[in-house]
Each structure stands twice: as structure tokens, then as C-alpha cells.
Design a protein around this ligand. Structure first.
Ligand code: G3H
Ligand code: 13P
Ligand code: ZN
Length: 317
């Protein structure tokens, strides 16, 4: 069942976070639905602009509609990740997406507000939720690269004003993370003081953490042992997900960790079976490993085991 992110956040706020996982193909989709079925968790499927153009935007829609038939008990939102205004409008018009992210965080505050307001107006007219972004994460976001020195944490006073001016449903905040596999050079930790200050000024407003992959060191070790070159890769401490969720971080975005699972499975498979050329055996291993990975993440986010409660809440009229 497809629901809005807002419906999921109503149940989760202050208690647990809903995992938002990026998908690009059938194998990821099957692993994601399976892992959420096994851990009895609601989830958010994220589709980036890159994912929409990888095969075809309609292909992802068809894959998800089919997964919905294979896993009829699933409860999830379909969300555009890091959209520009035109892509948001396309997703709103599609009748398929239940949530969009407008990312105008690279524009000045006033322009970010202006663009976000237009998307909120169009989305809310169709009952679709809107996530916006304020502050700048380091690392690579789609085609925009933010140098470390230019990343800036979200200003809590601006966050309060931004919510009021735009009417957005949730806000992606820069709280010390960055996209990709190389997140911290020095000490590894979220800025809990910023999260708390934002929650104080914006009580009840769902916050979103991008760049939340934990980059498991065992995964990095195995990839490097199988020929990879990911020395120095490091991510967020998974044990910080729940403390962040208790402070209003209700959506936690994870993409890189899933890519690491894919890379480890395929590197090890072809290292150990150099004469193989059928892609289905490693594909099968990947789907099973990805499902295990998703179930584990849902445990860490606190969303595992909440599906019945979420079903009861979203079924109420
Ligand atoms: O924030 C970016 C997400 O990890 C999506 O990555 O644009 O390469 O699909 P992508
Ligand atoms: P990671 O690169 O940490 O997985 O973050 C993904 C993300 O924020 C997608 O929007
Ligand atoms: Zn992101």
C-alpha cells in the first residue's frame, strides 16, 4: 500500500525513524521489499533523478507496482529524492509518487523559499507530501559537488522561519553528515546540539537526515580484499540513528551502504568464480544479502516490528 511520508511520520515522530532507501533496479526492489517484510517495517522508496534516467522513469514505476503485488502487506511511500522544480512537477503530475523532495538548498534562502512554496502548493493540491532542504551537506548530491569547506550546518532559527514560510511537511537538515562513502575526516559524530535546537524551535516537525550510511568497516575490508580501493571510507555510527530519531529525525536516507553490499557480493563472486559469466547467481546472492541488510537497518532505526501499528494508523479515516 502506497501512503504519504506524512502519514508514516505521524506514527514515527519522536519514537523511531523510517528508513528511506534508494532503488534503481529489480534486484534492489526485491531485496528492499523482502527485507521490510522480514522485519515488519514500513519504509520509503527513494527515486533519484539519476535512477529515473538509468533505464526509464516508467520502468521503476512498473517494477514497484509489481513488487506491490508480490508483497501485498507492504506499507511504503514513493518519494522523489533531491528533485529540482521541474522533476517535482513531473512526479506530482504522474499520479504515482506520494512524496517529493524539492532541493533548492544551493540557492539563497529567499529563492529556496520561493521555489519550495511553488512545489508545496502543487503537491498539497494533490495530497502529496513535500520535503525541502536547508543548509548544505558536504560531498556529491546528484551533479552538484559541495567542497568540504563550503558545507554549512542548518541554522535552527532559519529552519523555524523556513517551515512557516513554505508550509513544507519535513525538512532535510545539514547536521554533520555528507553523501557517499567518505563522510568524516576527523571525529565521527552527528551534531546533536543542532538537532536539539531545531526540534526546540520546530516541535513536531519531522526532520530528515541525508548521508546516513554507516559504511560498515567489515564491508569495506571485504571489498578491498576482493580488489576494491575504498581505503579510508567511513560513515555514520548506526547507534546514533535512534538517539537522532528521539529528537525528531523521522526519515533516515541510506543509499551508499546498499551499493557497498552490491559491490562486495559481485567482487567476491567473480573473484572466487572467474569462469562464471551468468549474472543471475550473483544477482540472487545480492537480493538475499540486501534483504538481510535492510532488515538490520530497520532494527537500528527502530522501525522493525511497527508495521501492524502503522497499518492501523493509516487505515483510520
Ligand atoms: O543523494 C544522492 C543519492 O545517494 C542518490 O544518488 O543520484 O547517484 O542516484 P544518485
Ligand atoms: P548516503 O550516501 O549516506 O547513503 O546518503 C543517501 C542520501 O542521502 C540520499 O538522499
Ligand atoms: Zn540525500
Amino acid at each position: 500500500m502506497i501512503v504519504t511520508t506524512q502519514q508514516l511520520f505521524k506514527v514515527a515522530y519522536g519514537r523511531f525513524a523510517v528508513g528511506a532507501y534508494n532503488i534503481n533496479n529489480v534486484e534492489q526492489t526485491m531485496g528492499l521489499f523482502r527485507g521490510c517484510f522480514d522485519s515488519k517495517a514500513p519504509f520509503i522508496i527513494q527515486i533519484s533523478k539519476g535512477a529515473r534516467s538509468y533505464t526509464h522513469k516508467l520502468m521503476l514505476e512498473a517494477i514497484i507496482r509489481t513488487a506491490d503485488q508480490v508483497f501485498p502487506e507492504a506499507i511504503y511511500a514513493v518519494h522523489l529524492d533531491h528533485g529540482d522544480e521541474a522533476t517535482c512537477m513531473d512526479c506530482i503530475a504522474s499520479g504515482f509518487y506520494s512524496s517529493v523532495m524539492i532541493d533548492a538548498s544551493h540557492d539563497p534562502f529567499e529563492k529556496n523559499v520561493e521555489i519550495t512554496k511553488r512545489v508545496v502548493q502543487a503537491a498539497h493540491a494533490k495530497g502529496i507530501s513535500v520535503e525541502a532542504e536547508l543548509g548544505m551537506l558536504g560531498g556529491v548530491e546528484e551533479d552538484i559537488k559541495v567542497e568540504d569547506g563550503n558545507a554549512c550546518l542548518t541554522d535552527p532559527a532559519q529552519a523555524e522561519e523556513f517551515f512557516k514560510l513554505t508550509g513544507c511537511d519535513s525538512l532535510a537538515c545539514a547536521i554533520g553528515t555528507s553523501h557517499g562513502a567518505f563522510k568524516f575526516k576527523g571525529k565521527q559524530s552527528l551534531h546533536f546540539e543542532i538537532i536539539e535546537a531545531i526540534q526546540q524551535r520546530c516541535p513536531g516537525k519531522p526532520l530528515v537526515m541525508h548521508g546516513s550510511s554507516s559504511v560498515p568497516q567489515e564491508e569495506v575490508r571485504r571489498i578491498n580484499a576482493a580488489g576494491g580501493q575504498l581505503a579510508g571510507a567511513v560513515g555514520v555510527d548506526e547507534n546514533e540513528y535512534l538517539p537522532a530519531a528521539k529528537r525528531g529525525v523521522t526519515k533516515i536516507n541510506i543509499d551508499t551502504d546498499g551499493r557497498l553490499v552490491w559491490t562486495r557480493v559481485h567482487r567476491e563472486f567473480f573473484r572466487d568464480k572467474p569462469a562464471e559469466f551468468d549474472f543471475r547467481p550473483p544477482g540472487k546472492i545480492f537480493m538475499a544479502e540486501y534483504a538481510k541488510f535492510i532488515a538490520h537497518k530497520n532494527e537500528k532505526l527502530g522501525s522493525a516490528g511497527t508495521l501492524d501499528e502503522v497499518r492501523a494508523a493509516v487505515s483510520k479515516k
